[in-house]
Design a protein around this ligand. Structure first.
Ligand SMILES: NC(=O)c1ccc[n+]([C@@H]2O[C@H](COP(=O)([O-])OP(=O)(O)OC[C@H]3O[C@@H](n4cnc5c(N)ncnc54)[C@H](O)[C@@H]3O)[C@@H](O)[C@H]2O)c1
Length: 378
């Protein structure tokens, strides 16, 4: 067991799941911090302020270590990430906290593919967990929907599907060009994400799991999802298992978000529907995510990208990154600290002490300072 990482139960229970950390695990938990590009840097600085406040107030056994992997570093050195980096993180770090990646100077996004997708795939972080919570009802764009009606989580498969970059082109650049991009879905890959969704539901007293696919068209790949979903669902008779085609899912997420408690879907559809879900809770600036594999070093990142137009201007909302830090604290066994961070965010949004994207006038760093003070109990 790597240093400082608590023994997780067989099925991961993200978000403040580990109610307490055992005394023998109160060794330093090392966290790798990788701010990345653009507003990734802006929001990570603020999330780290809040983390430091939580570390001090709750005497958490956490050490933060910064890593420079980013477009700037790649352009200066030609290196996206050292070849042994993932193995070092896997061996010696309890978690990785990332900002965002994407820079117009790197049009093929090579560094983002190596660092972000490389970490997801290399560490086999098959669960992309995205909670959807409305911290202040004024932020939800749906008419007459209450906080309680927009409250669900999405389990997105994170290591397969359309993101494996299998394919190629023929006669590239000509009028006869052909492009092929394959999706990969394995029995193992589908089963473990579906099981994670049911385990989460069972452990949280949730009653419903909905699987979304496009099996009417993608008969082979999504037919596998159908069969595996039914098999796993049969093991959880107390949970209502339902299915929607992804187009119907998007419609119902807007019209009847209260229908959902846990949604599970493939990599591509999960990417898309979680941006819609982020809109329901107030936008990309407030959406958090975890990339996890039970018992292994996991990676935490806000849902948003590098927002090049906002970068360095004090306009980026740090709340998504701060809530992501809360997710991480919860998974690492620090439920009380995670709750304090979440409470501070909720209070700041209700008081409109926030950035312009969520109706405030505050700068990125002013919000970070406020949240850090609140978590510190000052
Ligand atoms: N996980 C990641 O690292 C990730 C995710 C998505 C996109 N990207 C990359 O980011 C770059 C920009 O992509 P994009 O514009 O499609 O997505 P984006 O998330 O950067 O921005 C989309 C929109 O949301 C706004 N926004 C995003 N985060 C915000 C925040 N914290 N506060 C306030 N407003 C916020 C932006 O201003 C923009 O209008 C691209 O290079 C893309 O590849 C990276």
């Amino acid at each position: 067991m790597p240093r400082g990482r608590p023994a997780l139960p067989p099925a991961l229970l993200p978000f403040a799941a580990m109610t307490d950390i055992r005394p023998e695990d109160r060794r330093p938990q090392r966290i790798a911090v990788v701010p990345g590009d653009g507003i990734g840097k802006d929001v990570t600085v603020e999330a780290v302020k809040v983390l430091q406040a939580a570390i001090e107030r709750f005497a958490l056994p956490i050490e933060l270590e910064h890593f420079p992997w980013s477009a700037d570093h790649y352009l200066a050195t030609g290196v996206t990430m050292p070849p042994d980096q993932l193995e070092r993180w896997r061996q010696d770090y309890a978690a990785i906290f990332m900002g965002a990646f994407g820079d117009p100077r790197v049009p093929d996004n090579k560094h983002a593919a190596d660092i972000l997708l490389g970490t997801r795939f290399g560490l086999d972080l098959y669960i992309n967990f995205r909670p959807v919570t409305v911290y202040d009802e004024r932020l939800c764009p749906l008419k007459d929907k209450t906080r309680a009606q927009v409250d669900f989580v999405v389990f997105r498969e994170n290591t397969e599907g359309a993101y494996v970059s299998v394919g190629g082109t023929f006669k590239k650049g000509t009028a006869d060009e052909v492009a092929v991009q394959e999706e990969i879905h394995t029995r193992k890959g589908v089963e473990r994400i579906v099981r994670a969704a049911f385990e989460y539901a069972a452990s949280r007293g949730k009653k419903k799991v909905c699987m979304a696919d496009k099996s009417n068209v993608m008969q082979h790949a999504h037919g596998l999802w159908q069969r595996v979903f039914k098999l796993v669902a049969a093991e959880y008779p107390a949970i209502e298992a339902s299915h929607l085609y992804v187009d119907a899912l998007t419609l119902l997420m807007v019209r009847e978000p209260e229908s959902f408690e846990v949604i599970v879907t493939n990599n591509m559809f999960g990417d898309i529907v979680t941006d819609l879900a982020a809109a329901l809770q107030g936008g990309l600036g407030v959406a958090a995510s975890a990339n996890t594999h039970p018992g292994r070093t996991s990676m935490y990142e806000p849902v948003h990208g590098s927002g090049p137009k906002l970068a360095g201007k004090g306009l980026a909302n740090p709340v998504g990154a701060v809530l992501t830090a809360a997710l991480m604290l919860g998974d690492l066994g620090h439920a009380e600290a995670a709750q304090a961070v979440e409470d501070a965010v909720a209070e700041s949004l209700r008081a409109r002490q926030c950035t312009a994207d969520v109706g405030g006038t505050w700068s990125t760093s002013a919000v970070g300072d406020l949240l850090a003070r609140a978590v510190a109990g000052k």
